[in-house]
Design a protein around this ligand. Structure first.
Ligand code: ATP
Ligand code: MG
Length: 675
């Protein structure tokens, strides 16, 4: 039987309340998610509801996975079999799958990602309006918002008040027809389609109401209109609903989330019971106090107090670093050192940032210190297509027998070398016991392939041999740059990317890779070592492999993720990096005057920390190709000054900075011997 004694009286009350709809409204770390998991166990064990009649919905796949694990631990082996724990989108996907015909799709329908959808919208805009791509992003975002608000193409056309709105509504209409023609849905359809299905087909709704007898929703403050409508329809007039949320953690307004859905609940469910929780079980007093102080700067609809008896803990640290590279280096070296000092695991550390692009530098430095890490949400640097491409070329440069690399790049960019040619080349190489690359220039191919194919292969082989010679003979970086130019990789990206913006971002990643090689060579030269291209690329390959291996073993890795992706999670030691104006708060938020949402994001970030919190900023940051001076984030000034240690606020001289760097290094040397 489920044990509720570990809950405090309020939490227990919420877990046991099954007589009507319930809202648990409480601040971070007060045990909202814990109430949900215990309540599921209680519904199964004490109320006799079968697991397959219970659905719990949460925000990210990671959160869903964790919740499933927690419930399984509570109910024992097999006790929760059939239970649905998923994101809204996964639940929607299941509903569409099971109601395929009514929803108007055929079996085997596909889900298109953002890039695919943007491509379709781009085509429509170009064909219908001669748009050269400038409006694509705006149109895509607007269509997404319309869908999140459950507005159909017909409604949108009907409501349009300006020429631009009409243009978007018409594009939306054609776009939607094209998706249907492709037998495909986009991300927002996963919610809109089932919700409209429920609204327009009572027999479908009844079927699902019978299936889902009890619904629990975590992170309720971030539901959008269509998700809320889905919840309302599914629950109907029945009592089986528990939602938990915190208005101070609403961070998805930009994606259509409506925090006012919290207050709407009371109107839509007049018998709603509200439980507030006030004790935080996650963070030390100083961390909680800092979070409260920051969020106090926002207006409040619901008054909530939060206290903790975890002791005051260590002061919060703010570190000013000279530039973004030193910032990342400092954090990486600190993690190595603190892990040993605290006897902690790598997994006890999280590094949070505002934008995905900030992970690049952090990754490079963690790798340099051989610290295993995992990026949640975003994509890791070496996992990106453009990096895999260029690494393919580099791998071939240092190892002509690397057939896997050859296959990756022989047609990237396109060289019109067909699959038959590649098959025959591969057979030939195998027979001769040579690599595919060296086979390209062998005479024997002429008997097997058309003269055109032989010519194309041969030209490629000779070209790469030339580049390789240059890379070894003199300036390796110049050779790599020449290679990028010869294959017109930038042009290839422009063609294969959804938007010019995306192409530019991808090219920037490529330059980052080239820069890293350059730095390795420079660094070695500084100490009088000679580093060949082979050493440098070899090191990168090793890092790449290290990353892949570590990803297979999820057990002990530093967690890297955006502030958005960190919602609901907790870590003993948290770093929030890039605490600068225009980055956090984000430049767009400053311009659009949505600072309050950024402040909630800050609140989310701070409240992830259990024992220690470190905030860092860089005096200079490389962004968009330029290095610029920065100003520290206004949120740092909102922290209680007595509870923080602000290193570098009074300008430190370069000597002091250097001294500090040497101290850290000396500390590391004590632990490791010479690095
Ligand atoms: P967030 O708003 O960040 O999602 P939350 O309100 O969902 O936070 P939980 O993640 O459920 O909070 O709980 C925070 C931490 O407190 C967890 O480590 C949890 O195990 C612990 N906790 C919750 N309730 C209790 C309790 N009654 N006694 C001891 N620890 C508790
Ligand atoms: Mg939670």
């Amino acid at each position: 039987m489920v044990d509720l004694t570990q809950l405090n009286p309020r939490q227990r009350e919420a877990a046991k309340y099954v007589d009507g709809p319930l809202l648990v409204l409480a601040g971070a770390g007060s045990g909202k998610t814990s109430v949900i998991t215990r309540k599921i166990a209680y519904l199964i064990d004490a109320c006799g509801i079968k697991p397959h009649h219970i659905a719990a919905v949460t925000f990210t796949n990671k959160a869903a996975r964790e919740m499933k694990e927690r419930v399984a631990a509570l109910t024992g082996k097999g006790g929760a079999r059939g239970l649905t724990v998923s994101t809204f989108h996964n639940l929607g996907l299941n509903i569409i799958r099971q109601e395929l015909a009514t929803a108007g799709y055929k079996a085997g329908f596909s889900i298109l990602d953002q890039d695919d959808c943007r491509g379709i919208i781009r085509d429509v805009m170009q064909r219908e309006h001669g748009d050269d791509g400038d409006m694509v992003e705006l149109v895509q975002n607007t269509i997404s918002n319309l869908k999140n608000d459950l507005i159909t193409p017909a409604d949108a056309i009907h409501q349009a008040q300006s020429q631009q709105e009409m243009l978007i509504a018409q594009t939306y209409s054609i776009y939607q027809r094209m998706l249907k023609a492709y037998n495909a849905v986009d991300f927002d359809d996963l919610i809109m389609v089932p919700t409209l299905l429920f609204r327009d087909h009572p027999e479908v709704l009844v079927r699902w109401q019978k299936k889902i007898r009890y619904l629990l929703v975590d992170e309720y403050q971030d539901t959008n209109t269509s998700q809320y409508e889905m919840v309302k329809l599914l629950v109907g007039h029945r009592t089986g609903l528990t939602v938990v949320g915190d208005d101070d953690q609403s961070i998805y307004a930009w994606r259509g989330a409506r925090p006012e859905n919290l207050s709407l609940l009371k109107q839509d469910f007049p018998t709603l019971k509200i439980v507030k929780l006030e004790q935080n079980y996650r963070s030390t007093g100083l961390i909680l106090n800092a979070a409260n102080r920051v969020i106090d700067n926002n207006p409040h609809e619901f008054q909530k107090r939060l206290w903790s008896d975890m002791g005051y803990g260590d002061p919060i640290r703010i570190l000013k670093c000279r530039n973004d590279e030193i910032e990342a280096e400092r954090i990486a070296s600190e993690i190595v050192e603190r892990r040993l000092r605290y006897g902690a695991g790598y997994k006890d550390f999280a590094v949070l940032y505002r934008g995905n692009h900030q992970s690049r530098m952090m990754e490079m430095k963690l790798q340099a210190f051989q610290v295993p890490y995992k990026i949640s949400g975003g994509q890791s640097f070496f996992g990106r297509n453009e990096i895999k491409d260029i690494m393919g070329y580099l791998r071939l440069l240092i190892n002509p027998s690397d057939d896997a690399a050859f296959l990756r790049i022989i047609n990237t960019p396109r060289r019109e070398i067909g699959p038959t040619t590649i098959e025959k080349l591969s057979e030939y190489a195998m027979k001769r016991g040579t690599s595919m690359l060296s086979a390209t220039t062998e005479m024997g191919l002429e008997q097997l392939l058309t003269p055109k194919a032989v010519d194309r292969l041969r030209r490629f082989g000779h070209w790469l041999a030339g580049i390789t010679r240059n890379a070894y003979a003199d300036d390796a970086i110049a050779a790599i740059k020449e290679m990028l130019e010869d294959i017109d990789y930038e042009g290839h990206l422009a063609q294969s990317s959804a938007t010019p913006n995306q192409a530019e971002r991808r090219m920037k990643n490529v330059w980052f890779l080239v820069d890293s090689i350059q730095k390795m060579i420079d660094k070695a030269e500084e100490v009088g070592d000679e580093v060949t291209i082979e050493d440098a690329v070899g090191k990168l390959i090793l890092r790449d492999m290290l990353e892949q291996q570590e990803n297979e073993d999820e057990s002990d890795q530093v967690q890297l993720m955006t502030l958005h992706a960190s919602k609901g999670l907790e870590y003993p030691h948290v770093y929030i990096v890039g605490m600068e104006e225009e980055l956090m708060p984000h430049r767009n938020a400053i311009e659009a005057d949505t600072i309050e949402e950024e402040r909630r994001l800050m609140y989310v970030g701070i409240t992830r920390a259990k024992r220690s919190l470190t905030l860092t900023y860089a005096g200079k940051r490389r962004q968009y190709g330029d290095v610029s001076d920065t100003t520290h984030s206004r949120f740092l000034d909102e922290l209680p000054p007595d509870d923080i240690e602000w290193e570098g606020k009074t300008e430190t001289t370069p000597e002091q900075q250097k001294q500090r760097g040497q101290e850290t290094l000396a500390g590391l040397k004590n632990l490791f011997g010479d690095l």
